[in-house]
Design a protein around this ligand. Structure first.
Ligand SMILES: [Zn+2]
Length: 301
């Protein structure tokens, strides 16, 4: 973290301070001071399954947190993304996207130029033929782009739609709802073991009319459809649709419940804070799986 904390820092002084820091020992990552970061950045290559990438991820994006050294690494990650071919740059894009997805306002403004370039590079990579037919790699690169574009919760948790479940709180009675997509049907339930199909109540989700989606929702749906992923586009209509809480029968917008739980810029609800301690390990697991997926996509397999 910055010395003295974030409060009261002006954007200009933040940018100036970081740009003049050549001594990484003045910056911090998850495990302490950041002298080891330049060497790790220098070791990076397009192969994502290396120790250097593992070490950088654990230091710069640790269980969903970023540090002063994380943001200071953005120029180097941008440079690598720029210099590497579109099919090879998912590594720097993905780490930079995770850091930026935290949405720390002063840092986002201090690194606006890098973030804009990273967005353009991600757009270019999304056109790569190697992504064709690889939904996991596509969705994670799209999520990365959304992080650069400051799309709130969708820059962090769009990939949960690949796991076909969002766990949210009913906005009326605050009961935990599982919003389930596709493999087991489209429904809301309170039943934690719904996948076993042994009797918990399941209420159908009501999808949005794709032709009626507007703004961000419409653009995202159209983009996914144009990229050749109609099944994922259909899931989005349920994300942008309505669910019914089995506990109190209240109808609520699914996307707003997702944002209420995970959009850090809106504050983290008390119940969600308790939950954050739980899924951290599985999130790390999914990140690794995603990186493996992207690596396989980049190698054309
Ligand atoms: Zn309810």
């Amino acid at each position: 973290m910055l010395p003295g904390g974030h409060d009261g820092w002006r954007i200009q002084s933040l940018a100036a301070w970081i740009s003049t820091v050549t001594d990484w020992s003045k910056l911090r990552h998850a495990y302490g001071t950041a002298e080891d970061i330049p060497d790790l950045l220098g070791q990076l290559g397009p192969d994502l399954l290396t120790q250097a990438w593992d070490d950088l991820w654990s230091r710069l994006y640790h269980q969903g947190a970023a540090y002063s050294a994380s943001y200071a690494a953005l120029p180097a990650l941008t440079q690598k993304a720029r210099e590497w071919p579109a099919c090879d740059r998912t590594g720097p894009l993905f780490l930079a996207g995770a850091i930026v997805s935290i949405g720390d306002r002063p840092y986002r403004q201090a690194y606006a130029a890098q973030i804009a370039e990273l967005a353009a590079l991600a757009e270019e990579s999304l056109l790569e033929p190697s992504l064709d037919g690889d939904l996991v790699a596509y969705v994670n690169l799209l999520q990365t782009l959304l992080a650069f574009e400051d799309a709130g919760v969708w820059g962090r948790h769009l990939d949960r739609l690949l796991a076909e479940e969002y766990e949210v709180w009913c906005p009326h009675c605050e009961t935990r709802n599982f919003i389930v997509f596709a493999r087991y049907g489209y429904f809301s339930t309170l039943d934690t073991m719904y996948m076993k199909g042994i009797g918990g109540e399941q209420l159908p989700l009501y999808p949005a009319d794709p032709d009626a989606l507007e703004g961000f929702q419409g653009r995202l749906h159209s983009r996914v459809l144009a990229a050749g992923h109609p099944d994922f586009a259909e899931k989005l209509t349920y994300v942008f649709g309505t669910a019914q809480c089995p506990a109190c029968a209240t109808l609520f917008p699914v996307d707003q419940a997702i944002s209420a739980r995970w959009d850090l810029s809106r504050g983290v609800p008390v119940k969600a804070r308790a939950l954050h301690r739980g899924p951290a390990r599985s999130r790390r697991g999914s990140r690794r799986a995603v990186r493996a997926g992207i690596a396989s996509a980049a190698s054309g397999s």
